[in-house]
Ligand binder design. Structure first.
Ligand code: NAD
Ligand code: MG
Length: 398
């Protein structure tokens, strides 16, 4: 045992898919972990149940109305209910917090993730959008403070497990020739382009292997998720995009791989259950029970691999191009995608319009040097405005 002092954990995005899986793993190890802070957007009823079960010192809601409703629903004294974006960052940086699970979805997770990195926390990074938007700033903040970043995205967690790392979780890339991200291919893997373009939200969120939030499920269906993961990997592992391969692996058993100069390829395997990477991040460098079914090779069937098709899935190409362009291009790509996915889930636009909006926005919004968070947020804002105008134009055309 390296240390048996209890680690105090802040779970940001507590009511989401990753948040729920995190709380499941934490509850299996009360001797190791205590829950200090739970943060969510507006799901008051869900937070009531989570606060009753996990008894955090603080619960944070994104708006004051939700905070007030949560306050009314809970007995006084046990959990302090707070709101406000600055308050969330202050709490995350509190000396009482050891570990931060950054699992808010989308750009909304950026500031709290940066706050955790600045304060030298052990950062369990599920919010891939923060690296896509501000990779250099986030990595630099972590380096300056000594914050250890443990990737929670299953692919990046797999890659991390296939590398050697120092005591600050900084991976050693000597001898690595490339990284191989596996992709399930999503629900439209075998569909033709015309059918994909007409797909409904219900079809897009029906992922074959993973149960996830709506936004990342749509991203998985468009392969934008793999594109965002390519950008995420390029920051986490300091790899040029040209050294990051993508291969479709429909069974989601091999979670990703590392190719070495001597011809070795290391892979991490397991059932598709996010509690594995979450438990790995929480306990690193130790291993703890995650409640995950052991992988049964005799039942898993053949493991298949095929090429990713960027003709039918142009989002993967757009993300790769953004990564290669550098600057704020990937933040613009991410912002346009977030707006387009929200409009698709709201049935305002067709699935096939998502890559069109992203491509047009990338062509329209200038690529800047991401020298500060403000500079990134300015391009994020411009991209959102332009993407919204595209959506309006498309709706008029109907
Ligand atoms: P989800 O939609 O299930 O949950 C999102 C969470 O974020 C909720 O708790 C919600 O309340 C909170 N939230 C949303 N907007 C907020 C705001 N403005 N302020 C504060 N909180 C807000 O999403 P998820 O599937 O759990 O994904 C969370 C993150 O993890 C995403 O960045 C996703 O890409 C990443 N991720 C998820 C999975 C997965 O299996 N679900 C796998 C890899 C990476
Ligand atoms: Mg992933």
């Amino acid at each position: 045992m390296i240390s048996m002092t209890r680690q105090s954990v802040a779970v940001l995005g507590a009511t989401g898919s990753i948040g729920g899986n995190t709380l499941d793993v934490l509850a299996r190890h009360p001797e190791r972990f205590s829950v200090y802070l739970l943060a969510a957007n507006t799901s008051v009823d869900h937070m009531v149940a989570l606060c009753q079960k996990h008894k955090p010192a603080f619960a944070h809601m994104a708006d004051s109305d939700s905070a007030e409703r949560l306050r009314m629903a809970l007995p006084k004294g046990e959990t302090e209910i707070v709101t406000g974006a600055d308050t969330l960052c202050t709490l995350v940086q509190s000396p009482a917090v050891d570990v931060v699970m950054a699992a808010i979805v989308g750009a909304a997770g950026l500031m709290s993730t940066i706050a955790a990195a600045q304060a030298g926390k052990k950062l369990l990074l599920a919010n891939k959008e923060s690296l896509v938007m501000a990779g250099a700033l986030l990595m630099d903040a972590a380096e300056a403070s000594g914050s250890a970043i443990l990737p929670i995205d299953s692919e990046h967690n797999a890659i991390f497990q296939c590398l050697q790392a120092n005591e600050r979780a900084v991976p050693d890339l000597r001898g690595v020739s490339s990284i191989i991200l596996t992709a399930s291919g999503g629900p439209f893997r075998l569909w033709d382009a015309a059918a994909i373009s007409r797909a409904t939200p219900a079809q897009a969120v029906a992922h074959p292997n993973w149960s996830m939030g709506a936004k990342i499920s749509v991203d998985s269906a468009s392969l934008m998720n793999k594109g965002l993961e390519l950008i995420e990997a390029s920051w986490l592992f300091r790899m040029p995009p040209s050294k990051i391969e993508v291969v479709v692996h429909p069974q989601s058993i091999v979670h990703s791989m590392v190719r070495y100069d001597d011809g070795s390829v290391l892979a991490q395997l397991g059932n598709p259950d996010m509690r594995t990477p979450i438990a790995y991040g929480l306990a690193w460098p130790e291993r703890i029970d995650a409640g995950v079914e052991p992988l049964d090779f005799l039942k898993s069937g053949p493991l298949e691999f095929e090429a990713a098709d960027i003709e039918r899935f142009p989002c993967l190409r757009l993300a790769r191009e953004s990564a290669a362009a550098g600057g704020t291009a990937s933040a613009v790509c991410n912002a346009a995608n977030e707006v387009a996915v929200a409009a698709f889930l709201d049935e305002q636009i067709a699935f096939g319009n998502i890559p069109i909006i992203v491509e047009n926005t990338l062509a329209q919004v200038s690529n800047q040097e991401p020298e500060s968070i403000e500079a990134v947020l300015a391009q994020d804002h411009l991209a959102r405005q332009y993407a919204l105008s595209e959506i309006k134009r498309m709706r008029k055309g109907h």
